[in-house]
Design a protein around this ligand. Structure first.
Ligand code: NAP
Length: 247
């Protein structure tokens, strides 16, 4: 039975862990993917399948999905939480940092989605994928040029693949989070002043959590979202859509 198998990449990261917890609660069987078996082991629930793989390449992504199919069945849900943060202006982004940023945020999305769709098509099953974009893929935020390019491209990938595979009943969506505190970003909000500075930028106030984003992802994978595809859903406290009154 693969009806309820979900594969999560970047499962050892802050968002990946929250998604795993939410989907486990919703009854999904989980295949958790990361590049470090030790990091995965430290966070994965005992019943989850742990897969050590780098999904930024065609070969790596296919190997991860093949392991899942062999041991758990073909996954019918994908959440690509693999990624990496880069805060740097254009003129201070080295070629290697740029390529690493595109690899972690765009290549993982592209090749995971390709391997996912390939498995579903050969099993002739419908399915749903959720990729992770970001507010910086939608509006200009200073010092985020490389990651803005990667996250805007993720939004393009969602729309293209959703169009191509709609007839195969494969839904493709993304969430677009604002700032969340995870192991990748905790150092940016180490002081109360920094935390308050971030919170003031969000019309709804405060800082969103990985759990907020995980709820939206679980919903996009559920039958409640059966008519939704090709969408990038902001989970950003109004950051990209709302200008509050300035007093
Ligand atoms: N935190 C934020 O404020 C924020 C805001 C908007 C969007 N996002 C996006 O949300 C996603 C998750 O962010 P996060 O804050 O949870 O980051 P994180 O804690 O650094 O988690 C990222 C995970 O991706 C894994 N990973 C990286 N490259 C990989 C690869 N090639 N193959 C497989 N796994 C890979 C890493 O694990 P290993 O190193 O062990 O492989 C890590 O577990 C990212 O796409 C990020 O851009 C985050």
């Amino acid at each position: 039975m693969s009806d309820h198998v979900a594969l999560i990449t970047g499962a050892s990261g802050g968002l990946g862990r929250a998604v795993a917890a939410r989907l486990a609660e919703a009854g999904w069987r989980l295949a958790l993917v990361g590049r470090s078996a030790a990091r995965l082991k430290s966070v994965a629930p005992a019943e989850a399948l742990q897969i050590e793989a780098d999904v930024s390449t065609h070969e790596g992504a296919r190997a991860a999905f093949a392991q899942c199919a062999e041991r758990f069945g073909t996954p019918v849900a994908l959440v690509n939480c693999a990624g990496g943060t880069l805060i740097a202006p254009l003129l201070r982004t080295s070629e290697s940092a740029y390529r690493a940023c595109l690899s972690a945020n765009l290549d993982t999305a592209f090749f995971s989605l390709a391997a996912f769709v390939e498995g579903l098509r050969s099993a002739q099953q419908p399915g749903a994928a959720v990729l992770v974009s970001s507010v910086v893929g939608h509006i200009g935020v200073a010092n985020h040029e490389a990651i803005s390019a990667a996250k805007a491209a993720v939004a393009g990938l969602v729309r293209g693949a959703a169009a191509t595979y709609a007839a195969s009943r494969i839904r493709v969506n993304a969430v677009s989070p604002g700032f969340m505190v995870t192991p990748a970003t905790a150092s940016l909000v180490a002081s109360d002043a920094a935390r308050e500075g971030f919170a003031r930028q969000y019309p709804l106030g405060g800082i969103g959590t990985p759990e907020d984003v995980a709820q939206a992802i679980a919903w996009l994978l559920s039958p409640a979202a059966a008519r939704i595809t090709g969408q990038v859903v902001p989970v950003d406290g109004g950051f990209t859509a709302v200008r509050p009154l300035v007093r």
